[in-house]
Design a binder for this molecule. Structure first.
Ligand code: ADP
Ligand code: MG
Length: 255
């Protein structure tokens, strides 16, 4: 069964906010190496699922398993260290330069960073060099090389979304959760981001889970698709299969 080979999975997860069940007995199984889309109407529970998978929200009941470990109670920083990074639907960049924002994503890769920096040991110098190279490489790849010293929040919106992606990639994750990476972008920016995600995925070492509204993007990128509606899974399978599923059409067209 796919659950056995899953890299990341939720089993019978329920998340209640008072009387609202944001997730209601949701199971999802993400296989290594693919691009797994999670789609569904507004309020379906997609961001809540990401918040549960990344340790931001606790479950009311159910289990989350990452790389064969029960991580149901793991905090976000522990999951990042274990190889699971994410972007946020609403960007949360502070008043920092693009370079600093991307560096923050690498934070957990720096062991005992503070002490070594304070003592200016050779190890600290080597890490600082590796960090700088990684940031510059990512900035180059994401078209941010000329913006490294600008304040991140002062960039155009589409560029800020790419900074947010660079920050998550800087953690060198095995699994990357992307919450609406093209939301609010114009058509040209969307196409660029879609191409970028395909390029990153083609490097072959990052499994992606993608919350996305744009069905065109899902069909062009995703290898698997789970559909949520009112906190429940209503369809799960290949993108082409779910796109023609009657319940999915009903949920999307509201008929
Ligand atoms: P989606 O990302 O699919 O649009 P969400 O996961 O953001 O949906 O929300 C699913 C439901 O859970 C909505 O009814 C939303 O209002 C509710 N919800 C999400 N987060 C919270 C929270 N922190 N407190 C209360 N209700 C929440
Ligand atoms: Mg959402």
């Amino acid at each position: 069964s796919p659950a056995v080979n899953a890299q990341l999975r939720a089993e019978q997860v329920t998340v209640s906010f008072g009387a609202v069940k944001a997730l209601d007995d949701v199971s999802i199984s993400v296989s290594p190496g693919g691009i797994h889309a999670v789609i569904g109407p507004n309020g379906a529970g997609k961001s809540t699922l990401f918040n549960v998978l990344s340790g931001v929200y606790p479950v009311t009941s159910g289990t989350v398993v990452f790389a064969d470990l029960d991580v149901t109670k793991s905090r976000p920083h522990k999951l990042v260290r274990a190889g699971l990074a994410r972007t946020y639907q609403n960007i949360v960049l502070g008043h920092v330069t693009v370079e600093e924002a991307i560096l923050l994503g690498r934070h957990h890769l720096t062991r005992a960073g503070f002490l070594r920096c304070a003592l200016r040991t050779p190890g600290a110098r080597a890490e600082a060099k590796a960090a700088r190279q990684s940031v510059h490489h990512l900035a180059e790849m994401l078209g941010l090389a000329d913006s490294l010293h600008r304040i991140a929040t002062e960039l155009p919106y589409g560029d800020q979304k790419r900074v947010e992606l660079a920050r998550a990639l800087a953690a060198e994750p095995e699994v990357l959760l992307l919450d609406e990476p093209v939301a609010g972008m114009n058509g040209h920016e969307k196409d660029e981001m879609t191409e970028l995600l395909a390029t990153i995925h083609a490097r072959g070492d990052t499994t992606m889970v993608l919350v996305e509204h744009d069905m065109r993007m899902v069909l062009s990128l995703a290898t698997h698709c789970t559909v949520l509606d009112f906190g429940r899974v209503i369809a799960d399978g290949s993108p082409a299969y779910v796109a023609s599923h009657p319940e999915v059409l009903r949920a999307y067209l509201g008929s």
